[in-house]
Design a protein around this ligand. Structure first.
Ligand SMILES: Cc1cc2nc3c(=O)[nH]c(=O)nc-3n(C[C@H](O)[C@H](O)[C@H](O)COP(=O)(O)O)c2cc1C
Length: 168
């Protein structure tokens, strides 16, 4: 094992990429405009109360706006949605151009074709180095069990496959 100071951030990031995860897009409507950003740093936090968390970078231009919205939607992406994932990762672009969505009960954008949706509201925001740690209370949810999850592993999109996560 190498000590981190010797290896530096590139190696740190490379080793972290060995942790496979799903991909979510966090969306909200702010002043009538839908906004969002792609996140891999999403996890369930608590069952009772129903809490989840995600970690937006302090450099994000969308998060300061999205954080003002009373309600968010956490969209768990499905296998066919890697283009959507990339679109919501492009800072400064019109991320919702051509994107099909419908409002959650409280009006946050639920992306069509997602594997699951969680409507939530921000509970706490904690400082976490170059990112924020955002905890949210879930207020509504649904899932599409006939779809499959989009995975992200070693810096590329993957899909569940018989022989393990296959590139998509
Ligand atoms: C697969 C994937 C996972 C990502 N995960 C995160 C994340 O967990 N946290 C984060 O801040 N940015 C993450 N990003 C990058 C953001 O999506 C991107 O920096 C952001 O959307 C830029 O737009 P903004 O400036 O409008 O926020 C990820 C990007 C991709 C493609």
């Amino acid at each position: 094992m190498q000590s981190l100071p010797e290896t530096g951030p590139v190696r740190f990031r490379e080793v972290l990429s060995h942790f496979a995860s799903g991909v979510v897009v966090v969306t909200a409507v702010v002043d009538g405009t839908p906004l969002g950003l792609t996140c891999q740093s999403f996890t369930s936090l608590s069952l009772d109360p129903p809490l989840v968390l995600f970690c937006p970078a302090k450099t994000s231009r969308s998060w300061p706006l999205v954080s003002q919205a009373p309600h968010l939607c956490i969209n768990v992406l499905s296998t066919e949605q890697q283009a959507l994932s990339d679109a919501f990762a492009r800072s400064g672009s019109d991320k919702f151009a051509g994107v099909d969505w419908s409002p959650t009960p409280a009006g946050a954008p639920a992306l069509a074709g997602a594997h699951a949706h969680l409507e939530a509201s921000v509970r706490d925001v904690f400082e976490g180095g170059d990112h924020w740690i955002v905890t949210c209370t879930v207020s509504a949810l649904d899932a599409a069990p006939d779809l499959a999850p989009l995975l992200y592993y070693r810096s590329s999109y993957r899909a569940l496959g018989e022989g393990g996560p296959a590139r998509v």
